[in-house]
Write a protein that binds this ligand. Structure first.
Ligand code: NAD
Length: 294
């Protein structure tokens, strides 16, 4: 297939490499010239604007920080809507709010174009390995259409329901993640203060009822999990500011639905405090720094 890919950051860059490996032709665009040149080295064709990138392609993918960037790329001057042909599908894998996803689908439909939300989980490691989970909000027909191209970048391609439900799945998952990480950080710090060896505590938790992804694969206590950001100064991984953004999306969606998110609101304040302390670029597991002196 001919694919236009816009947004070549920590996630988009490796996703493009997997599309190329799978034999797709990829035209790329990003504001960051270095990101474009890296994709070109891997075999992609550069485009000066989203409008140019989407000309003559079968499918368009966007992987951008937030809804305002998606709006700009789609609808601003020289944007996707100026160059895209009728009948083409746009797959947005950015994490944005479900209401914006539905609004973009409406704008696309006015131009005879289909918009599908397909946010991901699996992080930068999953993007590089081609093992992402895609949560797809689309009609059954559009889901069948996009599944082959997403399969080049992910191993689980899940149809969540109609447009917007991919984003619902994503923000609910990250609501749990933000809360459990803060919970594990709190308990590990308390255990340390009360005198238990953190490695022993983590071992007990991971064979007991406190076990979760945050305690096992991504424990925030430094030095317990070799592959986790906590073992490399909280660099790489999933940035605190992105977690903060996702908790904000959950809180906004909850407000619209008049649904309480008590723990989500508290977790949001913890990550907000980290960001205010200048730790917004660190992996979100650095939330443990709020509890430990060093
Ligand atoms: P990133 O900030 O590394 O990359 C975003 C890219 O978009 C940058 O290269 C930037 O230059 C480009 N961009 C921004 N505005 C643009 C515009 N108007 N035109 C063209 N390019 C533009 O972000 P990321 O880590 O790749 O995350 C992308 C999305 O995926 C976010 O919504 C994030 O929440 C989500 N996500 C990230 C992770 C992760 O672990 N990093 C995991 C799951 C989901």
């Amino acid at each position: 297939m001919k694919v236009a890919f816009i947004g070549l950051g920590n996630m988009g860059g490796p996703m493009v490499r997997n599309l190329l490996k799978a034999g797709h032709d990829v035209a790329v665009h990003d504001l960051d010239a270095h990101a474009v040149s890296e994709a070109v080295k891997a075999g992609a064709a550069p485009a000066l604007s989203p409008k140019v990138a989407v000309q003559g392609v079968d499918v368009v993918m966007t992987m951008l920080p937030a809804a305002q960037h998606v709006r700009t790329v789609l609808a601003a001057d020289n944007g996707v809507f100026e160059g895209i042909a009728r009948g083409i599908t746009i797959i947005d894998s950015s994490t944005i709010d479900p209401a914006s996803a539905k609004a973009f689908a409406g704008l696309a439909a006015e131009r005879g174009v289909t918009f599908v939300d397909a946010p991901v989980s699996g992080g930068t490691g999953g993007a590089a390995a081609g093992t992402l989970t895609f949560m797809v909000g689309a009609s059954a027909e559009s889901y069948a259409h996009v599944k082959p191209v997403l399969s080049a970048m992910g191993k689980n391609i899940v149809h969540c329901g109609e447009t917007g439900t991919g984003q619902v799945a994503k923000i609910c998952n990250n609501l749990i993640l933000g809360i459990t990480m803060a919970g594990v950080a709190e308990a590990m710090s308390l255990g340390e203060r009360l005198g238990i060896d953190p490695a022993v505590l983590a071992g007990i938790v991971n064979t007991s009822t406190g076990r979760c992804w945050s305690s096992e694969a991504y424990n925030p206590f430094p030095g317990l999990v070799d592959a986790a950001p906590s073992s490399r100064g909280y660099t790489g991984g999933f940035g605190t500011d992105l977690m903060l953004k996702d908790l904000g999306l959950a809180s906004d969606a909850a407000k619209l639905a008049r649904q309480p998110v008590f723990l989500g609101a508290l977790a949001q304040q913890l990550y907000q405090a980290m960001s205010a302390n200048g730790d917004g670029k660190l992996d979100f597991s650095a939330v443990i720094k709020l509890y430990r002196k060093d």
